[in-house]
Design a protein around this ligand. Structure first.
Ligand code: AMP
Length: 139
């Protein structure tokens, strides 16, 4: 199923040009136009789902299977020293295009990109409380 207003559906359908590097029955991979580093690739399912939380497991796993397949190929092709895999889910997490996509980002020693900062929990209790909230939902 595609969404006629979706940029990435249009790329998957070939209605909007993109540097596609891989395609199979279920997914398409193409270069991000604003790369973290050259070779930064987006892997998307052909079926439209706005974000990861809405994506059925089978579609998500097929997408991640392609990510797993493509990552070493992209790493070799770009001579990258490392790879970041990213999925931004919802605007608070930086999502701008609302069709599930996985970023495969080649990284180089000294490329200057920074990770997000972390802040340690103030107390053990605070950490345990949030772990308990997650565990409770798994019961
Ligand atoms: P996100 O913030 O995770 O939603 O990332 C969306 C990504 O899509 C950004 O990295 C953009 O540079 C990329 N992007 C937007 N439009 C296009 C396009 N037409 N072709 C390729 N990549 C695109």
């Amino acid at each position: 199923m595609t969404n006629e207003n979706c940029l990435f559906c249009k790329i998957a359908e070939g209605e909007i040009p993109a540097q596609k590097v891989y395609e199979n029955e279920d997914v398409v991979a193409f270069l991000d136009i604003n790369p973290v580093n050259a070779g930064h690739t987006l892997v998307i399912p052909k079926t439209h789902f706005e974000h990861m939380l809405e994506t059925p497991k089978d579609v998500f796993l097929k997408t991640m299977d392609a990510v797993h397949f493509l990552s070493p190929i992209i790493q070799e092709a770009t001579d990258a020293d490392g790879i970041n895999i990213g999925i931004n889910t919802l605007p608070a997490a930086g999502q701008e295009v609302f069709h599930l996509h996985v970023h495969v980002m080649p990284r180089f020693e000294g490329d200057g990109h920074k990770h997000w900062s972390g802040t340690p929990y103030k107390t053990e209790e605070e950490m345990k409380t949030v772990a308990d909230r997650i565990r409770k939902r798994l019961e």
